[in-house]
Design a protein around this ligand. Structure first.
Ligand SMILES: Cc1cc2nc3c(=O)[nH]c(=O)nc-3n(C[C@H](O)[C@H](O)[C@H](O)COP(=O)(O)OP(=O)(O)OC[C@H]3O[C@@H](n4cnc5c(N)ncnc54)[C@H](O)[C@@H]3O)c2cc1C
Length: 467
């Protein structure tokens, strides 16, 4: 019997903010979504960092199609300028959305996708491939099952795949053996996990927003719990990106986070190890010794927090034909737009179905997973992604191509640290005063009505600027 594609739903993997938004857009277009969520509740990853306050206000965090479903139910939108914690994002927006009858009926909790292929096709077979439905192998409370789909949107995020502490991208020597003293991501230092860290010598490894959040919470913990000692190890010697755009950041809370970290670094209340490339953890009596490639050591470390970012889990996609950026593991077309080697300001051209597709027709990576290892993803980006992908699936190619996104920027390149010269190569130098851009070349491109760009690429690498 021949399988008719339209008989199957569009399966969305993951009920995070982008997966749920995708479901809302599909319903809005009269298409049938089915959301498969590994956890027993929605937004499992955000709930894990529920104690962290986000830096984008509510106005950027609510998807338009989701809002259109929620409002008739009597839901009251939070004040647009408020900054929710992760827990509030779930309580005040994502859980109410997931409980709307139209979504709840199409949401399967405790359904973990473990593999995807196409019915009757392995990865090699080509003829008529696009007309075969997808088959998703799913681990459910009642055992393994296969679910068929007309198209698949992978919105499964990256939070469950933390990068190791090792500076080479591999676990450092002894990292696995030291697991009982190492936590990955952002522990709840002032709440649930307080007792583990109070009065301890804590080393934070990493330079992103997660590390910043952990360090600032540790500083508070140290004020309340004497004996708490903070060390911070960063692979780079240039902390401008970590300290961020300050007042120049269009997201005030993101700028403030970097500025607060900078004040903490200057305060002398923590020991900063810049250019520290972690290579080994060695067990000592009741502590660890952490060694860098250059031979420096940090001794008497009792707890380590590794906040070195995440990477996408590609194992369940093994049987699909993927087009990935070689180093970011983002979708191939997105790589040059978001490469953190080039895009110091996090400015990203609007993008949609075209950039999120793969050589496997009908399969799209959306949400933070579409960025692979790049750290600059915003929910607002994901909402525009799924609007475009769903328009494409509905056959509205004009709407799919018309990607529009006004993203809040950061003026990272305009920041000069004391004793750290401004990078003269940064797109020709600093942006002119008052320009909403990270550097001069970016400002010039935007003034000419173009999308702007990051810093110019080193010779032989990808282009950094919008054509
Ligand atoms: C600490 C922190 C702060 C952030 N702050 C902001 C901010 O201020 N503003 C902003 O715009 N963005 C912010 N982000 C970035 C980003 O918007 C969030 O990470 C957001 O949660 C990404 O949404 P998502 O839907 O793509 O994926 P996720 O939220 O990661 O959701 C993925 C879902 O997929 C499920 N899943 C995973 N694997 C499977 C599987 N195999 N089968 C079925 N289900 C699966 C997970 O359980 C999870 O529920 C922040 C990120 C972090 C980590």
């Amino acid at each position: 019997m021949e399988l008719v594609m339209s008989a199957f739903p569009v399966v969305i993997i993951g009920a995070g903010p982008v997966g749920l938004a995708a479901a809302a857009h599909l319903l809005n277009r009269g298409l049938e979504p089915l959301v498969l969520e590994a956890s027993d509740d929605v937004a499992a990853h955000i709930r894990d960092w529920g104690h962290v306050r986000v830096f984008s206000p509510w106005q950027y965090n609510i998807d338009k199609a989701a809002r259109a479903l929620l409002e008739p139910s009597g839901w009251i939108a939070p004040a647009p300028e408020g900054l929710p914690t992760g827990a509030e994002l779930v309580e005040l927006y994502l859980r109410p959305l997931s409980r709307l009858p139209s979504i709840a009926a199409r949401l399967r909790l405790s359904h973990r996708v473990t593999a995807i292929s196409r019915v009757g096709f392995d990865k090699v077979k080509s003829a008529d491939r696009a007309s075969a439905p997808f088959v998703l192998r799913v681990s459910t409370p009642t055992g393994e099952a296969d679910i068929l789909a007309s198209a698949v949107l992978d919105a499964s995020g990256t939070w469950s795949q933390p990068n190791p502490a090792g500076a080479d991208g591999l676990p450092a020597i002894g990292e696995v053996a030291a697991a009982d003293r190492i936590a990955y991501r952002i522990p709840d230092l002032l709440g649930r996990d307080r007792m583990r860290y109070a009065g301890q010598h804590v080393l934070v490894i990493g330079a992103g927003h997660s590390a910043a959040n952990a360090l600032l919470d540790l500083a508070q913990l140290a004020e309340q719990s004497p004996g708490t000692r903070i060390s911070w190890a960063v692979r780079s010697t240039d902390l401008r990106r970590t300290f961020g755009g300050g007042d120049a950041d269009a997201l005030a809370a993101r700028g403030a986070l970097g500025s607060a970290l900078r004040r903490l670094a200057d305060s002398g209340h923590m020991e900063l190890y810049a250019g520290f490339k972690t290579v080994a953890f060695q067990q000592a009596t009741d502590s660890l010794t952490v060694t860098a490639r250059d031979g420096r050591v940090i001794t008497d470390v009792e707890q380590v927090i590794v906040a070195t970012g995440q990477r996408p889990d590609l194992t369940m996609l093994r049987e699909l034909r993927l087009g990935l950026d070689p180093w970011l593991e983002s979708t191939a077309a997105l790589g040059p737009l978001i490469d953190p080697n080039l895009h110091s300001c996090g400015t990203v051209r609007p993008h949609g179905a075209k950039e999120l597709s793969h050589p496997e027709p009908g399969f799209f990576t959306v949400g933070i997973k579409s960025y692979g290892r790049a750290p600059t993803f915003l929910m607002a980006t994901g909402y525009e992604q799924v609007r475009s992908v769903v328009a494409f699936l509905a056959g509205d190619l004009a709407a799919a191509a018309e990607v529009q996104l006004e993203l809040p920027e950061t003026g990272v390149c305009s920041v000069s640290l004391a004793g750290s010269p401004v990078n003269a190569d940064c797109c020709g130098g600093l942006a002119p005063a008052g320009a909403d851009a990270c550097c001069e070349q970016d400002a010039t491109a935007k003034a000419a009505g173009e999308a702007g760009c990051g810093c110019p690429p080193p010779t032989g690498t990808k282009t950094g600027c919008a054509a």
